[in-house]
Design a protein around this ligand. Structure first.
Ligand code: EPZ
Length: 417
């Protein structure tokens, strides 16, 4: 299993360029299942999860090819497959995003339930309830979702929780349904807006993406498109914290600062200097780091995907802070590993009390999920001595060439095969 070895204590300096957003690429690649014609997607990040969904699309009969390292062509015009097998779905729960498009375009889908996840139960009940409201007949058997629909019909859907992929699945299904659909309490993340932009290029009629109420007028067919994926706001935030935790000075290019305004606000509150431009950010950490409370929330609140990384920063802040996780029920797997590096953290239910310590000391630690592994990398960059992170395959799901990017900023980091 790959490991990453970090010799901490180096201040990061220089420029880094952000890759395309994983959580926009996955739904937009799934949306190609709706199209009659070739789809060209640009700024696609080179990630394990992207390879997984491309393999799934290919297994479903789609033609996929790489135009360049960050641009793919997908054509599902002749494809007729409808099954997403367990061995694939269990490696990436976002495979569930093929459910809506397959139902809408091919009238049926057999998608494995994803099974457990480290950060929480993450059920799909709201996806299925919404699809049933759109007229799908759904039953579960032997761990698979069996869904059928001759033609989906528009519906007024109320989501109990503003589920991101649930909103995306239902939005894609509704695009080819008969009549109008309304999705209330929809997720507002930038990735939803990017998906809606791609669907609109395909001929979909969508209004309100980015708000909690999305209106969709069904159409009879959707065509191919060309679309450039937005930058990854979580990768951006991760590099902001890499600069902050090492007391460095880093320029972050090809990003959308407005997509992570709450993270920026919290870093400024903690004493970090942040200069925003249209598509870049400058982060300069020179003063004392102050402890700052955070509470994760749906967009535009503080993103749950940045909670572990921010906690790593707070382990070295002056004073104590409360970090509350409101989205997932078990997203503190990084805490015990941070404690191995000398952090002072106490968990009370969904809240962690972090009391800053003067230094962290390098040690062997284990990655447990994608953002927890990013948190350990960040802590390792600041820790004195060597930090060896195992199970680094978690990191490869969501960060493109992270050790190369960090090394280019002056970090002493290497992957041990
Ligand atoms: C998306 O996951 C992201 N993944 C996650 O990023 C992110 O953490 C999450 O949204 C929250 O922002 C992708 O976009 C591929 P949810 P998703 O449905 O859609 C509950 C990363 O690190 N829920 O918004 O699966 C659920 O259990 C990943 O890149 C139901 O109860 O998250 C959770 O508690 C991790 N029933 C809450 O809602 C449902 O049917 C929010 O989950 C659906 C969700």
């Amino acid at each position: 299993m790959d490991e990453i070895l970090i010799r901490g204590g180096k201040r990061l300096k220089g420029k880094v360029s952000i890759s395309g957003a994983k959580n926009a690429a996955l739904p937009i690649l799934a949306a190609t299942l709706l199209a009659e014609g070739e789809c060209r997607i640009q700024n696609v990040p080179q990630l394990r999860d992207v390879s997984t969904i491309l393999r799934l699309i290919s297994d479903l009969g789609g033609k996929t090819s790489e135009i360049d390292p960050h641009q793919v062509s997908v054509d599902n015009t002749q494809a007729t497959g409808h099954e997403a097998p367990y061995e694939l779905v269990r490696t990436m729960r976002a495979s569930c995003l093929v459910l809506g498009p397959l139902l809408a375009r091919r009238g049926r889908a057999r998608v494995s339930l994803p099974g457990g996840c480290a950060i929480g139960a993450r059920p799909l009940n709201l996806h299925l309830k919404g699809l049933q409201q759109l007229g799908a007949h759904i039953d579960l058997d032997q761990g698979y979702i069996n869904a059928r629909a001759s033609r989906l019909k528009g519906a007024h859907i109320w989501l109990d929780i503003s589920t991101v992929t649930g909103t995306e699945n239902l939005m894609m299904a509704a695009c080819l349904a008969q009549g109008e659909s309304i999705i209330e309490n929809a997720a507002c993340e930038p990735e939803i807006v990017d998906l809606a932009a791609a669907l609109t290029k395909m001929g979909a009629k969508i209004a309100g993406a980015g708000t909690d109420c999305i209106h969709i007028q069904g159409v009879s067919s959707l065509s191919g498109f060309t679309h450039r994926i937005i930058p990854d706001r979580v990768e951006t935030g991760t590099f902001m914290i890499a600069a902050a935790i090492t007391g460095g000075e880093v320029e972050i290019d090809n990003c959308h600062p407005e997509h992570l305004s709450t993270v920026t606000a919290k870093l400024i509150e903690a004493g970090i200097e942040v200069e925003e431009k249209a598509d870049s950010l400058k982060v300069h950490a020179h003063g004392t780091l102050q402890a700052v409370d955070i509470k994760t929330a749906t967009y535009p609140g503080f993103p749950t995907d940045m909670q572990a990384q921010f906690m790593a920063l707070m382990t070295l802040a002056r004073g104590s802070c409360m970090i509350s996780e409101t989205i997932f029920e078990n997203r503190f797997m990084h805490v015990s590993e941070l404690i191995r590096l000398g952090a002072n953290i106490k968990i009370e239910g969904h809240t962690a009390l972090v009391t800053g310590v003067p230094v962290l000391k390098g040690a062997p630690v284990m990655a447990t999920d994608l953002r927890a592994s990013a948190s350990l990398v960040l802590a390792g960059l600041a820790a004195h001595g060597e930090t060896l992170i195992s199970r680094i395959y978690h990191l490869d799901r969501g960060y493109e060439q992270i050790e190369q990017k960090l090394a280019a900023l002056g970090a002493d980091i290497e992957r041990l095969a």
